[in-house]
Ligand binder design. Structure first.
Ligand code: FRU
Length: 499
C-alpha cells in the first residue's frame, strides 16, 4: 500500500476512534480483557516455563468481530496479564479457535518444547480446514506450517462440510498419542482424531446427537477430572452449545469414559448438563501442559455481542476456574471453584469481616467501597426468610442494582440483572437461576464483582452464574438482604481490589 493511502486510512481510523468515548469505568480489574479491540473465545490456553498464555480470538483492527487472528497475553500469576503482539494474524484465511500444546519430546520435529498451535483456518465462511503453526521462542513468534492443512474438509465419510472447527488437542498418556476433538457444529457431532506427531491425524471415532442439540455445537474439549473425595476420575467433554435458556448460547458437558479412541457418555443420551446458568460464559477450554485442571471462558454471549457498549475493547474472559467432579444424589456433577491465584491475589484488601449477624429485609447497612471491583464471600442461614442475598452495584441516583440471591421455595441461586444498568439490547435484562440445595439450611455465595460483571459461585462451586452488567451513574454500594423474615449471616468477608 502507498504511504499516502496508509496515512489516509490511519486518519480515518483515528477519527472514528476519537469519536467514541472510552469506557474505562467498565474495564475489568482482575478479569482479562484485550488492551483494545475485539475478543471472543479464549484459544490455546497453555502453561510453559512459569508463564500462563492466553491466546484469544481477536480483531486487531476494529472493535468488532472480523479479521480473525490470535491475540496473545502472558501472565506469571493468572492475575496480571502482559499484552503481547498479535501471535497468529489472518492471511488469506481467518484464524479461528483452536488450542496450543507443548511438544516436550519433539514428536513433530519442530524442536523439543516447541509450542504447537492447531486451529481452524476459515475460508471466509466457505470452508474450514485445520491448520498448524509453531513457535520455538515461547510463543513470541509463530511460523505457519508449510504443509497445511493438517485435516481438510471433506471429512472421512466423504461429505464436504462447511462447518468443521475448533480443534482441541492434548497428550493422552495411556495410548501414547495426541488426541484432538473437533466440532461438526451443524451436525451436533464431535470427531475424535489421534496422532503420534501432531502432523498426521487418524480419525478415531464420533460422538454426538446427545444432550442439548437446540443450538450448534462449537469448541469441544475433553479432559479427565478427579471425583472429589474419591480416588477415581472420569472424563468430561465440554461443548459450547445451548443455554438452559434456549434462546441463548451457553455450555454443556457430558460425563463419561475415554479409552484412547472413543468417548462414551455414562448418562442417558437425553441428560442435559450445563456448565454455567448465566448468559455470559461460552467457548471455555482448559489450560494445557499443566497438572492443574483450570477452565477459562469468554464472558459474553453471541446474542448481543454487537451491542457490547465498551470502548476501546469489547469482550473479556472469566476468571480461571479450578474444575473437578463431585458425586451428588443426582449423579456425578461438575464443580467449579475460583482459582487460588485469584483468591490469593496481592491486590485484595480486606474491608469487612463479620460473623453471626442477623438481617431483616433491607437492613439499612450499606457498604460503600472505594472501587467497583470486589469479592464477597458470604454464608447465610435462611432461618425464617424466604430469600437471602446481596445487592451489588446499588446506585441511589439511578436506582440501579444487581441482585444475587437464593430462594428457599424454588431452591435456586439467581442473578437478577433486570435493572442492573445500561440495557444494551432488548434481550439483555434477565433473571438467571440455577437449582441448588441448601447445605443444612445454609448457602454460600462467592461473588466476584468486577466493574462490568458478576461471577457467582454457589456452595463451593456446585453452581455458577456469570453475568455482564453495565452499571451507570458512578459510585455504587452493596447491601445484604432477606425477604419475608429474619435470616442470619453466619460468615461474611469482603475484599476490595486495589491497583
Ligand atoms: C465460538 C466460535 C468458534 C469459532 C470462533 C470464530 O464462539 O464461533 O466456533 O472458531 O468463534 O471467531
Amino acid at each position: 500500500m502507498r504511504p499516502i493511502i496508509l496515512l489516509l486510512l490511519s486518519l480515518i481510523v483515528g477519527v472514528a476512534y476519537a469519536q467514541q468515548t472510552p469506557t474505562e469505568q467498565w474495564r475489568p480489574a482482575f478479569h482479562f480483557s484485550p488492551a483494545q479491540n475485539w475478543t471472543n473465545d479464549p484459544n490455546g490456553l497453555v502453561f510453559l516455563d512459569g508463564e500462563w498464555h492466553i491466546f484469544y480470538q481477536h480483531n486487531p483492527f476494529e472493535n468488532k468481530w472480523g479479521h480473525m487472528s490470535w491475540g496473545h497475553a502472558v501472565s506469571k500469576d493468572l492475575v496480571k496479564w502482559e499484552h503481547l503482539p498479535v501471535a497468529i494474524p489472518e492471511d488469506s484465511v481467518w484464524i479461528f479457535s483452536g488450542s496450543v500444546v507443548v511438544d516436550k519430546n519433539n514428536t513433530s520435529g519442530f524442536g523439543a518444547n516447541s509450542m504447537i498451535a492447531i486451529y481452524t483456518a476459515d475460508y471466509h465462511g466457505k470452508k474450514e480446514n485445520q491448520h498448524l503453526a509453531y513457535s520455538t521462542d515461547k510463543g513470541r513468534t509463530w511460523t505457519k506450517y508449510k504443509k497445511n492443512p493438517l485435516i481438510a474438509a471433506p471429512l472421512p465419510d466423504g461429505k464436504v462440510m462447511k462447518d468443521f472447527r475448533d480443534p482441541n488437542v492434548f497428550w493422552h498418556e495411556p495410548s501414547k498419542q495426541w488426541i484432538m476433538t473437533l466440532a461438526l457444529p451443524t451436525e451436533f457431532k464431535i470427531h475424535i482424531y489421534g496422532s503420534k506427531n501432531l502432523l498426521n491425524w487418524n480419525f478415531l471415532s464420533e460422538f454426538g446427537k446427545q444432550g442439548d442439540i437446540t443450538k450448534i455445537w462449537e469448541c469441544p474439549a475433553l479432559i479427565e477430572l478427579p471425583v472429589e473425595g474419591k480416588a477415581t476420575s472420569q472424563w468430561v467433554l465440554f461443548i459450547s452449545a445451548s443455554n438452559p435458556h434456549p434462546d441463548f448460547v451457553g455450555m454443556q458437558y457430558f460425563v463419561g469414559n475415554f479409552d484412547g479412541k472413543t468417548f462414551t457418555n455414562t448418562n442417558k443420551p437425553d441428560t442435559k448438563l450445563y456448565v454455567d446458568y448465566g448468559k455470559d460464559f461460552y467457548a471455555a477450554i482448559p489450560f494445557n501442559n499443566t497438572p492443574r485442571k483450570l477452565l477459562l471462558g469468554w464472558m459474553a454471549s453471541w446474542q448481543y455481542t454487537d451491542a457490547l457498549p465498551t470502548f476501546p475493547w469489547k469482550g473479556q474472559m472469566s476468571i480461571p476456574r479450578e474444575i473437578s467432579l463431585k458425586a451428588m444424589p443426582e449423579g456425578i456433577r461438575l464443580v467449579q471453584k475460583p482459582a487460588d491465584e485469584i483468591l490469593k491475589a496481592k491486590n485484595w484488601r480486606g474491608i469487612v469481616q463479620m460473623e453471626e449477624m442477623g438481617i431483616e429485609e433491607d437492613n439499612g447497612m450499606m457498604w460503600h467501597n472505594q472501587s467497583s471491583a470486589y469479592m464477597i464471600d458470604v454464608e447465610f442461614e435462611l432461618s425464617g426468610a424466604s430469600e437471602v442475598g446481596v445487592k451489588v452495584f446499588r446506585n441511589q441516583s439511578t436506582n440501579q442494582e444487581t441482585l444475587i440471591g437464593y430462594q428457599r421455595d424454588t431452591e435456586q441461586l439467581y442473578v437478577n440483572r433486570i435493572n442492573s444498568g445500561k440495557i444494551i439490547s432488548a434481550n439483555f435484562p434477565s433473571m438467571d437461576a440455577i437449582p441448588m440445595k441448601t447445605a443444612r439450611g445454609t448457602v454460600r455465595m462467592q461473588i466476584f464483582v468486577d466493574k462490568s460483571s458478576v461471577e457467582v459461585f454457589g456452595n463451593d462451586g456446585e453452581a455458577t452464574i456469570t453475568s455482564l452488567v453495565f452499571p451507570e451513574g458512578g459510585k455504587s454500594d452493596w447491601q445484604l438482604f432477606s425477604r419475608n423474615g429474619r435470616a442470619k449471616v453466619t460468615k461474611l468477608k469482603v475484599w476490595e481490589w486495589q491497583e
